[in-house]
Design a protein. Structure first.
Length: 273
């Protein structure tokens, strides 16, 4: 009964905080859907700490507690109760969950990325690790493509959230690419959608698509409903990327949002395949 209540809580959190994620997992069997929601709840906790308003020392302490919690009894925390059960049922690798915490620490220590190699390493922690954790639930051992798919989704998030990240003092777009395309951080601060900005973002979009296509090779190792879940995630993010492009890469007045109808159409398209 305690475990059931814990799963209900992480599913509520997922529906409230991650609507794209919720639409993706709705096609999964109940046991898998609940496990993915538990993974999301853990990742959300990391993000909330790293992006919150607490002093840096307190953030570090809380992130350490999250990491330590993976090796101890879950207590009464619904997130840890659900995650502990999911880890037993699906052998979710501890190293992937620990990588999420490392990504949280990195957000406290690093606000700029010299080149894409640096950025990709960060994306592997905060999003690739989610893919690796989830692929255990899906029932595949193709962790390489699962990580690549997670990185692809994070690259789209970075494009979508340029303004939000700037307000947090972070610029994830690689510094060498900003320089190469002639875009300055002053341009980002002022929200200038210049020809140089559009060229830079076109380059980012193409790289995200390459990662997305590579990551979708994961589908070959999944059963029908897990494959539908993953293809739905990909479809939702692809639609977001297309919206960004259609706006001329103007993400400064807020990121584009997909309507509930659009999301249901994407789910429905997958079901008809």
């Amino acid at each position: 009964m305690i475990t059931a209540r814990a799963y209900a809580e992480v599913e509520r959190l997922t529906r409230r905080q991650a609507r794209n994620f919720a639409y993706g997992i709705m096609v999964l069997p109940r046991e898998k859907r609940r496990a993915i929601a538990a993974i999301y709840a853990y990742a959300r906790r990391v993000d909330d700490i790293a992006d919150g308003s607490l002093p840096a020392d307190e953030k570090r302490a809380q992130l350490e507690q999250l990491r330590a919690g993976l090796g101890s009894a879950p207590g009464e925390d619904a997130m840890f109760v659900a995650l502990a059960d999911a880890r037993v049922r699906f052998a979710i690798p501890t190293y992937a969950l620990e990588a999420l915490v490392e990504g949280g620490f990195q957000d406290l220590d690093q606000t700029r990325y010299t080149n894409f190699e640096e950025l990709r390493g960060y994306c592997a922690k905060v999003a690739g690790a989610v893919g690796v954790a989830c692929v255990a639930v899906y029932g595949s051992d193709d962790v390489e493509r699962a990580e690549t798919l997670g990185i692809a989704l994070q690259l789209i998030n970075i494009m979508r959230d340029v303004r939000e990240d700037w307000e947090l003092g972070r610029v994830y777009l690689p510094q060498d690419e900003l320089s190469s395309f002639g875009v300055t951080e002053e341009d980002i601060a002022a929200g200038r959608t210049t020809a140089a900005w559009r060229a830079l973002m076109t380059f980012q979009a193409e790289r995200a698509r390459v990662h997305l296509q590579d990551g979708l090779g994961l589908l070959r190792s999944l059963d029908g409903r897990s494959a539908l879940c993953v293809s739905t995630f990909a479809g939702l993010y692809r639609a977001t990327l297309e919206r960004i492009e259609a706006r001329g890469f103007d993400v400064f007045d807020g990121p584009p949002r997909l309507s509930a109808l659009t999301k249901l159409r994407i789910v429905g398209a997958g079901l008809r395949r």
